[in-house]
Write a protein that binds this ligand. Structure first.
Ligand code: HEM
Length: 447
């Protein structure tokens, strides 16, 4: 009798556990449903990984074009733990990014790791830290812009001159310009940040050239890096990536720290030599514990701001130069018109300066068109929502990862119909070159 009762109570207990688990699951499902009810429509993905496997197998740019046709200009897509919303329209992107609620950054581990566990600096920061650090860096860099021997303009002129000398010394030799562009760009950025240049043979410099840009390109080549960091930490997919990533982070930050220490030693409040001096001065003056310049947080933000400028500018600037070179080869008639304008406005006895800009309308239009046509960062740098919000008639929950589809905006046929909206350097181009394969060029002197 006793055993029988025991059996019955065990059964009741098991049934209760099953019912409670099912109830809990239902509750969780209901919570999820309530949270995501009213979000933009979009394709279904798989549990846990979401739509990632399909994105990896195909071309996300083309897939997103199809989704835009099917679901509209704003659609949802889930990737791993992240609920993402893709905005596929120029005006809507502008509209969204005017709102503070869209100015967050997703908490991607790869980015947090880079800034020691917090959203610091500018590029991957948000809120007060982002606003203060960005405002200060922009203002300071503008002040260093033009007009003295240490100005950014003079520096870039010198760097361009050196690049020109290199090309002149290598006429008729096939070469890849990638590493040469990387060197010029990294040295320019290093100068902007620290007020000094590297010797091009310096092993530290060679390490940075090879690794910063390579890491960036590998990270960009697959979104897995952002959404599934464990894949890389476990050394799947891109062998050795995580180790190299941390090594490059530490090495780059070590070099920046050494430069800050050197600046601290020689700092004088009467002499503002460069961005680091300006940051030191601002930190020293900061006595508000809520400020992102205050105390040890201020020191950490200083390090990450310098890193941000260095890293954000390096791959982008170097790649756009390669694209520009490639396009000038593919469209020689455009190259000839640019050359004509250079010859007539600047001539060959001096280097260009910013003062020439208003007189070089065609060249400037071509530069803008190169940016538009290749769209270096096709989905921009991901934003995220800082709170629940409404957009384009949909609900967008807090922490939604936002993709601004720049590729779509730049190639929107409707937008291109606006008179004078764009000067197409490729009127007859049938194909879009998706990524520049390594290519060699031969520089020849003009007759
Ligand atoms: C071809 C050149 C470049 C391209 C195509 C490019 C592209 C971009 C894009 C798409 C963003 C994201 C904007 C957003 O989140 O809404 C961005 C942000 C940023 N870029 Fe660039 N960039 C270039 C050059 C540079 C250079 C030379 C520097 C530094 C000297 C730089 C520093 C930054 C910084 C600090 C941010 C973060 C801004 C913020 O979060 O408010 N970029 N860039």
């Amino acid at each position: 009798m006793h055993t029988c009762l025991n059996g019955i109570s065990k059964m009741i207990y098991t049934q209760f556990l099953l019912a409670a688990t099912a109830g809990l699951l239902l509750l969780l499902l209901f919570k999820k449903w309530a949270q995501y009810r009213g979000i933009p429509p979009g394709p279904w993905g798989l549990p846990i990984v979401g739509y990632m496997p399909f994105l990896l197998k195909g071309d996300p740019i083309q897939m997103f074009q199809e989704f835009k046709k099917k679901y509209g200009k704003v659609f949802s897509i889930s990737i791993g733990n992240f609920n993402c919303v893709v905005i596929n329209d120029y005006k809507l992107i502008i509209e969204a990014y005017k709102e503070d609620v869209f100015l967050g950054r997703p908490a991607f581990e790869i980015q947090i790791t880079r800034s020691h566990g917090q959203k610091r600096g500018i590029l991957f920061a948000e809120g007060n830290v982002w606003a203060e650090q960005r405002r200060f860096a922009a203002r300071t860099l503008r002040n260093f812009g033009i007009g003295n021997k240490n100005s950014m303009e003079t520096l870039l002129q010198n760097e361009a001159q050196e690049l020109g000398n290199f090309l002149a010394a290598n006429v008729d030799k096939p070469m890849s310009l990638k590493s040469r562009f990387n060197a010029s760009v990294l040295n320019s950025l290093w100068y902007i940040c620290t007020g000094s240049r590297f010797d091009v043979e310096d092993p530290d410099f060679l390490f940075l050239i090879t690794n910063i840009i390579d890491n960036f390109q590998k990270a960009e080549s697959t979104g897995v890096v952002f959404f599934f960091p464990w894949v890389l930490k476990k050394d799947f997919l891109i062998k050795g990536f995580w180790k190299k990533y941390l090594e490059t982070r530490d090495k780059t930050q070590g070099l920046i720290k050494a430069s800050i220490a050197e600046h601290e030693k020689t700092y004088s409040p009467t002499e503002n030599r460069d961005l680091i001096d300006a940051l030191i001065e601002h930190r020293k003056k900061s006595n508000n514990p809520d400020s992102s310049f205050y105390g040890s947080e201020g020191e950490m933000n200083q390090l990450i701001v310098l890193l941000d400028l260095f890293v954000a500018g390096a791959e982008t600037s170097s790649s756009i130069l390669q694209w520009a070179m490639l396009y000038m080869i593919i469209w020689p008639e455009v190259q000839a018109k640019v050359q004509e304008e250079i010859d007539s406005v600047i001539g060959s006895s001096r280097i260009p300066s910013l003062e020439d800009k208003p007189n070089m309308i065609y060249t400037e239009a071509v530069l803008c068109e190169i940016h538009r046509f290749c769209t270096l960062v096709p989905f921009s740098v991901y934003h995220s929502t800082l709170a629940d919000t409404k957009f384009a008639g949909y609900k967008i929950p807090k922490d939604t990862c936002i993709f601004a589809n720049m590729r779509d905006a730049h190639h929107d046929k409707e937008f291109q119909k606006v008179p004078g909206a764009t000067l197409s350097i490729q009127p007859n181009a049938k194909t879009f070159i998706v990524a520049p394969k390594p290519y060699e060029i031969i520089i020849q002197t003009r007759a």
